[in-house]
Structures are given as C-alpha cells and as structure tokens.
Write a new protein. Structure first.
Length: 285
C-alpha cells in the first residue's frame, strides 16, 4: 500500500489517526451503530451470503455480518489501517466464516463476481478516485449484488461537528493545505446527486438515498464528549495544526465547548444532532 493515489492518505491513517481511533473506539462504534440502526432494512445480510465490509475499522459490523450469514456464508472485512485489522482479527478469530485483509480498497483486486453484498459504514468518503473505487466494488459483486453504505452529509448540517469547529475557529487560524490529510474528508459525499452520478458511472443501477437525522451518541459522558471533540474531527484538526498557539488557546476553547455540549448531556451520555446519507444500489443482473 506504499504506492498509488491513496498512499499519503493511508499513511496519515496509520501514523496519526490510529491512537485517537483506538482511544475513542466506543464513541465511533456507538455513533455508527445508532445511524445504521436508523435504517436497518437497508443493511441486512441473509443466511449463506458472501459479504464485503469496506473500511471495517475494528470489525464490529463485520463480526455481526458473519453471525448473520451463518456457517454457509462468508464475510471479508477490509481496511487500510494495520492496527485496526490486527485488533479485528484477534477479536474475530473464533468466527470461522470471517476473514480480514489490510489493503487499499480502491486499488486492490477483491475478486470478480464474488460477493452478494458490499457494505460500508462511514468508510467510502476518503478515496482519491471514488468512481474507480466503486468500480472495484462493482467488479467484486455478483450480478444482482447489492451495495449499501452510510456517509456524512455536509458539515453545515452536522451540528455535532460544526459548532465545535466554529468555536475553535474564533480563536485559531484555519489549517493550511500543506497538512497531512486522511483523504478528501469525512464530509466529501454530502451531495446526494453527485454520489448517485458516481455510482452510475461505476455501473450501478437502482440507486437511492435516504437521509438519516438523529440525535446520536458522541461521548459516554460529558468529559469524554469534550475530549473527543478536542482531539478528533474539525475542531481537533484546527487545534492540532495550530501547534503552540493551539495549546495556549486550549483552555478557552474547552470552556466554550463544554458549555455547548452540556446542553445535550444525559445520564446515558452526550447525544448530538447528526446528519447522514444511507445509500444503496445494485449491480444489474
């Protein structure tokens, strides 16, 4: 994975983002589960099917699919992050119909007409060339195979991250273009019509999207929710890229952030307004 259009993005995931994702694993998992559960019928795998889970992270969704398809089915989870795959393999080692591969999902041959269902939960936003990535999934699907994924809508619609970014932006400069990047960004696929056009260009038909608008968990406690925003997402990037100035302004930013998040704190954690697309399509028979 050292060469190719995604190589710099993959390096960022492995060298910069890994410790944060491991530390906040349950925050990411709880948020993803809540959004997936909002449209459960779109993301079901049937007994005996072969499933490809793209950007599987720690493998929570992959393991659930393995249980759903049963002993006659097969599930492959793929991710570009070596640490994520190592953890997923360890936790899924008792599931015999489950395997993992660390690879660039856009560039790696994943088989031809192999899978019944290709799924991704916040994992397809970061490719350098989305149409090529979708063509790769198309090739891996059997005729009539299904593709379904969840992606964030625009930052302007996601108060869960927008408000935190606005707070940080009041005190610190915007990051420059020379910083390390994990790809086009989590909000790249905000435009439903563009997403549909990319899928159509890759060969998919029966393309449809449904908005998901829920209050989703982004911290098991107020302290965790504050820590999460300070280190991850748009606010975390602004603070990180500001260097020494970011550390100086951190107490002020944290105070304003805590005041905002406290409005959403409950005994079950902090639940913030999130906006995503659920999208599905099919490879023609």
């Amino acid at each position: 994975m050292t060469l190719g259009p995604n190589s710099d993005f993959i390096q960022t995931w492995n060298e910069i983002l890994t410790p944060k994702w491991i530390h906040f694993r349950e925050v990411f998992a709880a948020n993803s589960r809540a959004n997936q559960d909002a449209v459960p019928d779109w993301f079901m795998a049937n007994s005996g099917e072969k499933v490809l889970d793209v950007g599987c992270s720690f493998g929570e969704s992959t393991l659930n699919f393995a249980k759903a398809v049963g002993p006659n089915g097969e599930v492959l989870g793929i991710d570009c992050n070596e640490s994520f795959i190592e953890i997923a393999r360890h936790e899924g080692q008792m599931q015999k119909n489950l395997s993992y591969q660390c690879c660039d999902a856009q560039m790696t041959f994943l088989g031809e007409s192999r899978f019944d269902f290709c799924f991704s939960r916040y994992g397809v936003m970061f490719f350098a060339q989305h149409i090529l990535a979708f063509r790769n999934f198309y090739k891996a699907l059997k005729p009539g195979g299904r593709l379904a994924f969840i992606v964030w809508r625009g930052l302007s619609e996601n108060d869960c991250f927008r408000v935190a970014k606005d707070i940080a932006s009041k005190h610190l400069p915007q990051p420059g273009d020379d910083g390390q990047s994990c790809g086009p960004g989590p909000f790249f696929m905000f435009d439903k019509e563009r997403n549909h056009s990319m899928l159509a260009a890759a060969g998919f038909t029966e393309i449809e999207s449904q908005p998901i608008d829920i209050l989703a968990p982004l911290g098991g406690s107020l302290d965790e929710a504050v820590d999460f925003q300070l280190k991850v997402g748009p606010m975390g990037e602004i603070i990180r890229e500001a260097g020494e100035e970011g550390l100086v302004k951190l107490p002020t930013i944290e105070k304003e952030l805590r005041a905002y998040l406290s409005e959403f704190a409950t005994p079950e954690g902090v639940h913030l307004p999130t906006a995503s697309w659920a999208t599905r399509a099919r490879k023609p028979y």
